[in-house]
Design a binder for this molecule. Structure first.
Ligand code: ADP
Ligand code: ZN
Length: 748
């Protein structure tokens, strides 16, 4: 793992400082290394633990963090020196401890975890001001008159007459000329140059702005949270309440309290929930927008947020999971909204669960954390039942709005017409909804037109040549197209079956959202229809625009994947139809039932959020299934208890611990060889069991063969140490990768 550092040992000699160092410090670099390494501090440089510095590494100069006292294990003649110290507030000790802790917990190289905290090295430099222009002093109409300016120059001066500061490009665009005209006017003294500093995001939220009157239940919960924040200690809470109960409103109160106390606040959301509507709501409450952190930001935006957070000037960060690793100065509250969401688990690089790591961060920092959900994960519920987390409950929807009525549509009785997928009873409900001028959502968590293309003559299924996956048909302007949802491989639908060569024998099987759209348009030719899936839009902005159109009621029927299920509030949406409520139950994965329950509950929660009552239809072939019964009878806790009992009987999390080991390689025999070698030396401790190797359910991915082993241990075992000792005990060729996944969520 420290090969990088070895490269560096062999790399070109760095600039040598001839004087002996006054001291030696250990410095951690943001590369996959297992520990911090010694560097000399040149005389005259003053560094403290946590300082951001620049050090030589493998012939390059890289940003790094002073981690502690040097170990003194590098010979003086081999020692390299810190090159420079950045002008930035040092990383706090609690954050360095968090990085060390996360690395140990995830069995990941500590340098890789630091990389997540130091993901925007440009943020270390104070931002350079941009150049702006303003009307120069003493420029009078008379002087302009006398100067006989060209038409273009005149146009620029007209734009600038209001005295505002603008960038050259902005002026040029408005005045309809090139930027050089602006420059010329500045040279002639008609305009002057001024610096424009980018504003620090979320520097001045006002906790008193836009406060609302809470209901009695909401008030009780908010007071409890505010008490904890005033207390200055660690508390972990589950804020539990149906969608529309006012959970957001309540945690805004907690944020207000933490702001009043001068703290920084982190609000984690599944990326998809970062909608305009939410940000607007934040702005209404606090009088400014939060600092944002998600994958859709530009480099410049990232840099601003990173620097604002690291300096302690940005007060509230709203972000996706990696926002947890930003180097806060005075973090004093974390909220994890939709805590059950699988998107909190990072599935590549450092495999961490942001919710779990957030609890650790709060514990290290000794401040409160609030996990928020209408459908808490079993892990979190178990912690509540064990008395480890406080359970704060909002029992009902705010303002007396009713929970939607949920009906099961038994597809064995209430059959869709041949070639269709919507049952007659649901179609009737759609018709009634449209007649009332309300909106309907048809939910199907499947992109594309059809999930499988099959040969009618020989039964051949169209599969991806690089992955263990069927190709999904998509309708495009150029005709039907087959696509792999795992690696992006694509081909047109062939005229002949590749197996039996029959002409025109390939047929699409099963529905995706595009096929539901076809059916809806046929049945409701006058309705305004929108399909919403992650591949419908190219950008977050476009997605936000589409969601906004739904809110403004420019659409009657929405057909969507889980992208519409989360967090959105559409006041006129009163009917939700779930096309295939059984989807996801077949795989038999550990959390399959839990996930389906959460997703369906969440989708159902989109119906009737405002005054108008909502109605949900779940199409299923298994109306007797525990999940369908729990949903229809609103028996969430009974469902979770039954799940818990099953997991306990099977010795599965949260009653035991798991680690997944994934061995991958382009050469199948070689990868299998490594997996088998691992199995031969599997840990022999009591209370630890190892299963496998077996081909992964996704046995091939992007051309790599994949084998899985699974370790199950009692909770008393140090799972990470057991697994690392084991995996490090065998030699792995460089063409094979061994990935460790502590607390795996996916078993694919
Ligand atoms: P949740 O987060 O539990 O789904 P929200 O906080 O989004 O619920 O509240 C649902 C709706 O009810 C929102 O439109 C919100 O503005 C409104 N609401 C909730 N509590 C209040 C309150 N105390 N005063 C005014 N409106 C409220
Ligand atoms: Zn593929």
């Amino acid at each position: 793992m420290d090969s990088l550092f070895q490269d560096e040992e062999l790399g070109p000699a760095p600039k040598k400082d001839s004087r002996p160092p006054s001291e030696v410090r250990s410095v951690l670099v943001p590369y996959p290394v297992d520990k911090a390494y010694d560097y000399g501090v040149p005389e005259g440089m003053d560094v403290q633990d946590g300082d951001y510095v620049c050090v030589p590494l493998g012939g390059r100069e890289v940003p790094a963090v002073v981690w502690g006292q040097g170990a003194g294990d590098v010979k003086p003649e081999k020692l390299k020196y810190i090159i420079d110290r950045y002008d930035a507030a040092p990383m706090r000790k609690v954050h360095r401890d968090f990085i060390s802790w996360a690395a140990r917990y995830c069995a990941a190289p500590i340098g890789s975890v630091l990389k997540m905290a130091l993901s925007v090295p440009a943020g270390l430099e104070p931002p350079a001001p941009a150049r702006g222009f303003q009307l120069a002093d003493g420029v009078s109409d008379a002087r302009l008159e006398k100067a006989k300016l060209s038409v273009q120059r005149r146009a620029v001066m007209d734009v600038m007459a209001d005295g505002q500061i603008r960038r050259a490009s902005e002026i040029a665009e408005v005045a309809g000329c090139s930027a050089s005209v602006v420059k010329g006017l500045s040279d002639k003294g008609f305009l002057k140059q001024v610096d424009i500093f980018n504003p620090v995001p979320c520097k001045t939220p006002n906790y008193k702005h836009g406060a609302v009157d809470l209901s009695e239940d909401q008030q009780d919960v908010a007071e409890r949270l505010c008490e904890q924040i005033g207390d200055g200690g660690y508390y972990c809470n589950l804020l539990d309440g149906v969608t529309g109960a006012g959970k957001t409103e309540v945690y805004f109160e907690a944020i207000a309290k933490a702001l009043e106390q001068g703290k920084q606040i982190l609000l984690l959301l599944p990326e998809i929930a970062l909608s305009n509507a939410f940000l607007q709501r934040f702005n209404d409450r606090f009088g400014c927008y939060p600092a944002l952190w998600h994958s859709g930001l530009t480099a410049a935006q990232r840099r601003l947020t990173w620097r604002g957070v690291a300096q302690g000037t940005s007060r509230v960060v709203v972000g996706a999971r990696s926002a947890l690793f930003l180097p806060y100065q005075k973090l004093g509250l974390i909220i994890v909204d939709e805590e059950h969401d699988p998107a909190y688990k990072q599935e590549d690089g450092v495999r961490y669960h942001a919710r779990d790591m957030a609890v650790v961060r709060a514990h290290l920092g000794q401040f409160p954390i609030v996990l928020v959900s209408a459908t808490p994960s079993l892990e979190t519920m178990q912690n509540v039942w064990d008395g480890k987390y406080e359970h704060l409950i909002l029992p009902a929807r705010f303002g007396g709005a009713q929970m939607p009525e949920i009906d099961l549509v038994d597809l064995r009785e209430d059959k869709p017409d041949s070639g269709n997928f919507i049952a007659p009873s649901l179609k009737k409900a759609m018709m009634d909804t449209l007649q009332r001028g309300e909106q309907a959502l048809m939910f199907l968590n499947r992109r594309g037109y059809a999930p499988l293309t099959l040969c009618r003559s020989c039964g051949h299924r169209m599969e991806c040549p690089r992955c263990t996956a069927w190709l999904v048909e998509h309708k495009t302007a150029r005709g039907a197209h087959l696509q792999c949802h795992h690696c992006g491989f694509g081909v047109s639908v062939p005229k002949q079956c590749p197996s039996c060569s029959d002409e025109g024998s390939l047929v699409p099987c099963g529905p995706g959202v595009e096929r539901i759209e076809e059916e809806v348009r046929q049945s409701f030719p006058d309705a305004r229809v929108m399909v919403l899936a992650s591949d419908t839009t190219d950008s977050q902005d476009e997605l936000r625009t589409l969601l906004e159109r739904i809110r403004r009621k420019e659409v009657d029927i929405i057909i969507g994947t889980q992208i519409v299920a989360k967090g959105h509030h559409f006041p006129d949406l009163t009917l939700v139809g779930v096309i295939d409520a059984d989807l996801g139950l077949q795989g038999g994965e550990l959390r399959a039932s839990e996930r389906v329950y959460q997703l369906l509950h969440q989708v159902a929660g989109r119906a009737g959020r405002a005054e108008k009552p909502g109605h949900v239809y779940l199409q299923t072939y298994m109306p007797q299934h525990r999940i369908m019964q729990a949903l229809a009878a609103a028996g969430r806790d009974a469902f979770l208890q039954a799940e818990a009992a099953e997991r306990e009987a099977a010795h599965m999390p949260p009653f035991a611990r798991l680690a997944g080991i994934i061995v991958t390689g382009r050469d199948e025999a070689q990868a299998l060889g490594v997996a088998k070698a691992l199995a031969r030396v599997a840990p022999q401790e009591a209370n630890v069991q190892t299963f496998g190797p077996a081909p992964a359910p996704m046995a091939r991915l992007r051309g790599r063969y994949r084998f899985r082993l699974l370790v199950r241990a009692e909770k008393t075992i140090n799972l990470q140490k057991t697994v690392l000792d084991w995996v490090n005990s065998i030699k792995v060729p460089s063409t094979v990768r061994v990935i460790i996944d502590i607390d795996p969520q996916s078993f694919m």
